[in-house]
Structures are given as C-alpha cells and as structure tokens.
Design a protein around this ligand. Structure first.
Ligand SMILES: [Zn+2]
Length: 283
C-alpha cells in the first residue's frame, strides 16, 4: 500500500489549501516507518526540510538546500515527510476549511515573530496590510507585546481592525509622522529609547521599514523583500530575512488557534480576497 513513498513519507488527501503552499487533509497511505499516521487528519506546510544538514541545524529549515518543496494548488493528494506533519485530534481540532491557513500564513507570522526574537518589553513596529500582519499582531498581543502599526489611512477595513485590537496605529504614508507616532506610543509604554524591532510583511513596504530602523534596530523582512539600502550598515541595523514557514513552529500556532489567541475563523475567508484575511480553498 505504500508504492512510490519513502519509508518516512505519507500521502495526504487534501481537504483544503491556503497560500503559501499549506494544507489540511487526511493521511491515506504511509511508508513503512510512518504507518502510525494512516487515517489521521494532519496539517502540512509547503516545505519539508531535510532536518539534518548544517543549514537545518542552524534553524534554516525554510532555506534547506535539500528540502522538498510542494505545490498544493493543483493537486488533491500530496506526498509529505511524516516527521513534519502536525497530527490533529486529541484536543487539537481545527475547523474546515480555515485550518488550512495554520501551516501557511499563520505559521509564517509566527516564524517572523520567532526569528525576530522579540523579548518582553521591546518596542515592535509592524508594517504591511496583509493576513500575515494580522496574525503576527495577534501573536504579539498574546505574548504580552503591544506593537505599533504603520498603516496607509486609505486601508479603511485594515485600520478599523487594528483600532479594534487596541494597538497604536500610525495612520500615515509619511515616515517622519510614523516615527513620531511610534516613538510617542513606546514612550507611553515606558519603553524609552530602546532600539526598535521593525517587521515588514509586505515587500512593497520595505523602504518604510528601512527608514524606521534606527541605530541598532533589527529589521525583519519577509521574502520577497524590496531593496535594502547600504545606510542600514551605518546605523548598525541587523537585517533578518524570513523566506518561509519553519515546520517546527506549526504545532505551536495550531495550539494558539485552539486556545483562541489567534482568531482563525475571523482571519480566513473562503471567498475572493477580503484584504487582510488569508484565503482558504476547499479541495
Ligand atoms: Zn537541511
């Protein structure tokens, strides 16, 4: 029953998919060493890192040169490494089709958070009106961090959602105004002049992030990012690139969704693009 599968592989019949390359489904076949997964409902991400190479050992799973990458959009059954799928059930239940976003946009948001290494009482600025920003803000709030968000005032529904979350919103396209609003917000939180953690989720907004990253700031950019200018070095800014979901983190965000820290149903949509919600597509 396992022809064509590696001994650790599973074949998953997808129930729903979500960008980037994520899905939820049921294991229908398995290699010799993954038999225990047959019949289980699982989450599957876009990439299976090898887990063994020096890049993986340094936490670089998403850019592992030996990784297997998948395209879930056109397939109903996919093959994945059993070690990286997250098994649902036994308290970890996710709704259909919203659950498909968990190993996608939501895990990507968590990867941005984790790679930035945000500590308690650090000033965090988020830029980009995307589903990933939305989930990142919920993750930060759940971790006790109140970020400041730079938002284009024309993005009405996005600004409304942010205000509903009680976070500071710099409603401007001007960098000097955004900097002033964030500075005031962090001063009010008693964070003083600590170097900022600037996280950009939309490559088109990279220049704003570059401009706001002051001396000794960190600037986290999600690929594909825009140009990163040389004067970042003159301010000793640390640039952190995030290329994709780290599969190790999927189980953590699934638990946060079950707990209600992340509004999975509100943050996903099965229809055409409502701007800052992740699209999930039943298969
Ligand atoms: Zn590797």
């Amino acid at each position: 029953m396992s022809e064509g599968l590696g001994e650790d592989d599973v074949a998953i019949e997808l129930e729903a998919v979500s960008e980037p390359g994520a899905g939820i489904g049921r294991v229908v076949r398995a290699g010799e060493r993954a038999q225990v997964l047959i019949g289980k409902r699982v989450l599957v991400g876009p990439v299976d890192p090898c887990g063994e190479c020096e890049v993986c050992r340094r936490g670089g799973g998403p850019v592992c040169p030996l990784a297997r990458r998948r395209e879930t959009r056109t397939q109903t059954t996919i093959v994945a490494a059993g070690r990286w799928v997250v098994t649902l059930g036994e308290g970890l239940e996710l709704p259909h089709p919203a659950g498909a976003a968990v190993p996608g946009a939501i895990a990507l948001a968590y990867t941005l958070y984790a790679r930035t290494g945000v500590g308690p009482r650090e000033p965090v600025v988020v830029i980009g009106a995307t589903p990933i920003s939305r989930f990142l803000i919920e993750i930060l709030l759940a971790k006790g961090i109140s970020p400041a968000i730079v938002a284009n005032p024309d993005h009405g529904p996005w600004v409304d959602w942010l205000l509903g979350k009680g976070v500071t919103v710099a409603r401007t396209t001007r960098v000097d105004e955004a900097r002033a609003t964030c500075t005031a917000a962090f001063a009010a939180q008693g964070l003083g002049a600590r170097p900022w953690r600037v996280i950009v989720t939309d490559g088109a907004e990279t220049a704003t992030g570059v401009a706001l990253a002051g001396p000794r700031a960190t600037l986290t950019v999600l690929a594909p990012a825009g140009p990163l200018s040389g004067d970042l070095a003159a301010r000793e800014v640390t640039v952190i690139g995030v290329a994709g979901v780290h599969p190790d983190l999927v189980v953590e965000v699934a638990a946060m969704c079950v707990k209600g820290d992340i509004d999975l149903t509100g943050g996903t949509a099965a229809g055409p693009t409502p701007d800052h919600r992740a699209i999930v597509t039943p298969v």
